[in-house]
Design a protein around this ligand. Structure first.
Ligand SMILES: Cc1cc2nc3c(=O)[nH]c(=O)nc-3n(C[C@H](O)[C@H](O)[C@H](O)COP(=O)(O)O)c2cc1C
Length: 198
């Protein structure tokens, strides 16, 4: 039997990193100093639009997701690009210095970027906490909770008796016997080949 990688036993949380123009789900947030205020790092893939936007901005926020997070939040912020859609469109949010911050979380920190480190596929952005706001005392979600419950969290609801075409990128559902050849997902912009019949 193939042993699972030890990296699977490195516990981490679930967060949204947001900056002006982009936001995405991350599980790679760490407190890396005990200075007052502390430094926090977040590792963001170079292919993500949020990485490009972080390099253009001096500030970002980190929101902490709770165990009660809605599947829609993970689908929207973790499986779409801010390049294609406004991820905050269907959610309540605040705006701080042009940075959109989701309300339905445990709270958020505002950080100023002090360093950016190149780590092959990702950049580590190091920020100094300049402010923080707590909304509630819900229990934080772990990445391992997400792994255990992701089938339920990412489940797509379909209406019975109808043929549904599900966008494998963002979860949008189109109802109809056939999907037109030139169909483009109204939510994330991908073409017909990204849809699965259900
Ligand atoms: C559970 C989960 C954890 C993730 N962790 C990270 C992460 O630590 N770093 C990262 O760059 N992307 C991570 N992602 C992927 C991004 O959220 C995803 O690629 C997103 O669509 C990027 O959006 P953007 O193009 O708007 O930046 C994670 C996604 C999920 C669902």
């Amino acid at each position: 039997m193939k042993e699972k990688s030890l990296t699977r036993d490195i516990l981490s949380g679930m967060f949204i990193v947001s900056t002006k123009g982009s936001a995405c789900i991350v599980d790679t947030v760490l407190q890396v100093s005990s200075s007052k205020p502390p430094l926090i790092s977040v590792s963001v893939n170079k292919n993500n639009y949020t990485n490009q936007m972080l390099k253009k901005n001096s500030k970002f926020t980190i929101s902490i997701l709770s165990k009660n997070v809605k599947g829609e939040v993970i689908k929207t912020f973790g499986f779409n690009s801010s390049k294609d859609i406004d991820k905050f469109k269907d959610f309540d949010y605040l705006e701080i210095d042009g940075i959109k911050v989701l309300k339905d979380t445990i709270g958020y920190m505002i950080l100023e970027i002090v360093d950016i480190i190149d780590v092959e596929t990702h950049n580590i952005f190091i920020g100094r906490v300049v402010d923080e706001v707590r909304f509630n005392n819900e229990e934080a979600m772990l990445y391992q909770d997400y792994q255990l419950h992701k089938d339920e969290l990412l489940k797509v609801e379909t209406e019975s008796g109808k043929t549904a075409w599900i966008c494998t990128v963002c979860g949008y559902v189109y109802y109809g016997d056939t999907l037109p050849d030139d169909f483009v997902c109204p939510k994330c912009g991908v073409g017909k080949s990204a849809f699965e019949k259900k």
